[in-house]
Design a protein around this ligand. Structure first.
Ligand code: BG6
Length: 472
C-alpha cells in the first residue's frame, strides 16, 4: 500500500461559476426566464413580477459575449477543469416545451469547444438555482412530481448533445439547500412559511429520484460519464463537550448527511425515517423509486465549502452566526469574512475526512473561496490590478488543509475555486462581494466597463497549478 504525500498527478485544478451568475443575456437567443430573473436582491429576497432594471444578473458579467476572453484567461492560469452550469431555460425556455432551443444548445457547444481547445475539461452542473420560471409558476417547482419528467428530458437532451465533449456532470447544486430556500433552490413559489415539512421533504424526494434517474440515463448514453451529487458542506461543531451539545451537533450534521446518504448509499437513513415518523411525514414513493435510488447512486461526491458553524442543545443561549444558507450558532474561535462567514480552513480537512470515512467514494471540492471587497489599483507599470493578499491567504490555508486530508488517505479528485472570475453573488446579488482571480469592472449600481483585470491571486494560483499544489 502506498501512502499519498500530495495531490494526485491528474488532480483537476480549476475554477467554478454558475450560468446565472456570469452569463447575463437573460433574454437572448430564445432563453426563457428563470427564478434568477425575478430575484433582484438575491436568494432569499423579494420575488418580482418580471425582470427589473435593478437585477444585476440580467447582464451579470456578460460571459455570454465574453466567454472566449475569459476561458483564455483560465487557460493562462493552467486550468484542467472549468465548472459551469447549463441554464436550463436556454435549452427548454419554459421547462415543459416539446422541443429544445437550438440556439441555446449551440451556445454551450461553443463554450465547451473553447474549453477543449485549451485542454480544459468542462464540469457541468445541470441545475444550479436556475429552474425555468414557468415551471415554478405552473407546477410550484419540485413540489410537483411532474418535474422529474421535465428534468429527465432536459438531461437526456444535453447528455446526448455533449456526450463527446463533457465527461463530468453534477445533478443539483447544493441539493440540501432546498430545505432552506425553496424558491431559488427548488423553484417552489409557495412562500417558505406556508410550506409544511411534508411538502418540503416530498420535493426533496422528487429531486433525489430525478437525480438517480438522470444518473441512470447518463451512464446509458455514455458509460464513461462521471456523475456526482453536489451538497453544501458545513461541519457543525458542538459548542461544548457537554454530551447534549455533542448530540445537537450530530443531529444537525445528520440532517445534512441525509442527502449524501441517499445519493451514495441509495437508501433513506434511519435517523431521517425516525424524523419522518415523529413528525407525521409520509413520503409518497411511486413504483420503482426504491430501485432507482438503490441502483443508480453517484460516482463521486462534490461539495461547496465556505465555513463551519456550531450547535448547542440550547441554541437560544448563544448568538447565531451568519451562514451561507444553513445557519447555526457563532463559534468564538473563528475570524469572519466581511459578510460574517466564519473562516475555518481546518473545517475543510474535517469535512473531507468525514465524507470519506462515511462513504469511501472520490470527493471533489467544487466551490471554495473568499467573498471580499476588492480595490482596483494601478501597479508600477500602470497596469490595473488588485492586491488581494487576503484571498491568497484564505486559499493557501484551505488548500494546505485539503492536502493534509489527502495525506490522511482521502481520495480527492480536484478543486475548483468558486467565482474564479468575479460574478454576481447568489445570496446578496451584489457585484461587490468578489471571489475572483480576475476582476470584472462592474459595480453594484450596474455601472462599469466590464473590462477584465488580473488580480495578484491570478499569478499565485497559476503557480499552485504549475507545481500541482507543492508550492502553496
Ligand atoms: C454557494 C452557491 O452557496 O455559494 C453559489 O452554490 C454561491 O451559487 C456561493 O455564489 C457563494 O455565495 P455568495 O452568496 O457569496 O455568492
Amino acid at each position: 500500500m502506498s501512502k499519498q504525500t500530495g495531490f494526485k498527478e491528474d488532480f483537476l485544478w480549476g475554477g467554478a461559476v454558475a450560468a446565472n451568475q456570469v452569463e447575463g443575456a437573460y433574454d437572448v437567443d430564445g432563453k426563457g426566464l428563470s427564478v434568477q430573473d425575478v430575484t433582484p436582491d438575491g436568494a432569499m429576497g423579494r420575488i418580482t413580477d418580471g425582470p427589473t432594471n435593478d437585477n444585476l444578473k440580467l447582464k451579470a458579467i456578460d460571459f455570454y459575449h465574453h466567454y472566449k476572453e475569459d476561458i483564455a484567461l483560465f487557460a493562462e492560469m493552467g486550468y484542467k477543469v472549468f465548472r459551469t452550469s447549463i441554464a436550463w431555460s436556454r435549452i427548454f425556455p419554459n421547462g415543459d416545451d416539446e422541443e429544445p432551443n437550438e440556439a441555446g444548445l449551440q451556445f454551450y457547444d461553443d463554450v465547451f469547444d473553447e474549453c477543449l481547445k485549451y485542454g480544459i475539461e468542462p464540469l457541468v452542473t445541470l441545475s444550479h438555482y436556475e429552474t425555468p420560471l414557468h415551471l415554478s409558476e405552473k407546477y410550484d417547482g419540485w413540489k410537483d412530481r411532474r418535474m422529474i419528467g421535465f428534468f429527465e428530458k432536459y438531461a437526456r437532451t444535453v447528455f446526448n448533445r455533449y456526450k463527446d465533449k463533457v465527461k463530468y456532470w453534477l445533478t443539483f447544486n447544493e441539493i440540501n439547500s432546498v430545505l432552506h430556500m425553496p424558491f431559488i433552490s427548488g423553484g417552489i413559489k409557495t412562500p417558505k412559511e406556508e410550506l409544511s415539512d411534508q411538502e418540503l421533504y416530498q420535493a426533496v424526494h422528487h429531486e433525489l429520484v430525478a437525480s438517480a434517474s438522470v444518473t441512470k440515463i447518463a451512464h446509458e448514453i455514455n458509460p464513461e460519464f462521471q456523475v456526482g451529487c453536489m451538497v453544501l458542506a458545513m461541519p457543525t461543531y458542538p459548542i461544548s463537550s457537554n454530551p447534549e451539545d455533542v448530540l445537537a451537533a450530530k443531529e444537525a450534521e445528520n440532517t445534512n448527511y441525509a442527502f449524501t446518504d441517499i445519493h451514495v448509499r441509495g437508501e433513506y437513513p434511519g435517523h431521517l425515517l425516525r424524523f419522518f415518523e415523529e413528525n407525521d411525514i409520509h413520503i409518497q414513493f411511486e413504483q420503482g423509486d426504491t430501485e432507482l435510488l438503490k441502483n443508480h447512486t453517484v460516482d463521486f461526491i462534490s461539495f461547496s465549502y465556505y465555513m463551519s458553524v456550531a450547535a448547542a442543545a440550547h441554541p437560544e443561549e448563544y448568538s447565531s452566526g451568519a451562514g451561507n444558507v444553513i445557519g447555526g450558532i457563532e463559534n468564538p474561535h473563528l475570524e469572519k469574512s466581511e459578510w460574517g462567514w466564519a473562516i475555518d480552513p481546518v473545517g475543510l480537512r474535517i469535512v473531507l475526512n468525514d465524507f470519506y470515512d462515511r462513504y469511501q467514494v472520490p470527493l471533489f471540492i467544487v466551490e471554495n473561496g473568499l467573498g471580499a471587497k476588492d480595490q482596483l489599483i494601478q501597479d508600477d507599470n500602470g497596469q490595473y490590478t488588485v492586491a488581494d493578499d487576503y484571498r491568497i491567504d484564505y486559499m493557501q490555508q484551505h488548500l494546505a488543509q485539503a492536502k493534509e486530508a489527502v495525506k490522511d488517505g482521502v481520495d480527492l479528485m480536484g478543486y475548483t475555486a468558486w467565482g474564479c472570475i468575479d460574478l454576481v453573488s447568489a445570496s446578496t446579488a451584489q457585484m461587490s462581494k468578489r471571489y475572483g482571480f480576475i476582476y470584472v469592472d462592474r459595480n453594484d449600481d450596474g455601472s462599469g466597463s466590464l473590462n477584465r483585470y488580473k488580480k495578484k491571486s491570478f499569478n499565485w494560483y497559476k503557480k499552485v497549478i504549475e507545481t500541482n499544489g507543492e508550492n502553496l
